[in-house]
Ligand binder design. Structure first.
Ligand SMILES: [Zn+2]
Length: 88
C-alpha cells in the first residue's frame, strides 16, 4: 500500500498558528499544538510591574515584548517539538 500524499513537516512554513503536518516521530497527520513560550511570563511581568510601580508606561513594556514572542509547534500526540517560529 502506498502512502497517500501528505505534507511533510520540513517543507511547511511555520507561523504563529497551527499547521497540518505529518509528525516525523509518530508518523501521523496532526494539527500542531502552538505554545507561545513567553505568554505566561508576559502577564506575570505586567502584573508585577503594575502592583510594584503603578507606572503605566512600564506596565505596557511586556506587551511590546509580547509581539516578539516565539511560537513553538509540537505534536499533540507524542509531544515532539516540530519547530519554533521566531518573530524577528
Ligand atoms: Zn507525533
Amino acid at each position: 500500500m502506498a502512502n497517500p500524499q501528505v505534507p511533510v513537516a520540513a517543507v511547511c512554513p511555520l507561523g504563529d498558528s497551527p499547521v497540518q503536518v505529518v509528525c516525523p516521530s509518530c508518523h501521523q497527520a496532526v494539527l500542531t499544538k502552538v505554545d507561545h513560550t513567553s505568554g505566561l511570563l508576559t502577564y506575570l511581568l505586567c502584573g508585577g510591574l503594575f502592583f510594584c510601580g503603578f507606572v503605566l508606561g512600564c506596565c505596557l513594556i511586556p506587551f511590546c515584548v509580547d509581539r516578539l514572542r516565539d511560537a513553538r509547534h509540537s505534536c499533540p500526540t507524542c509531544k515532539t517539538v516540530l519547530g519554533v517560529y521566531k518573530r524577528l
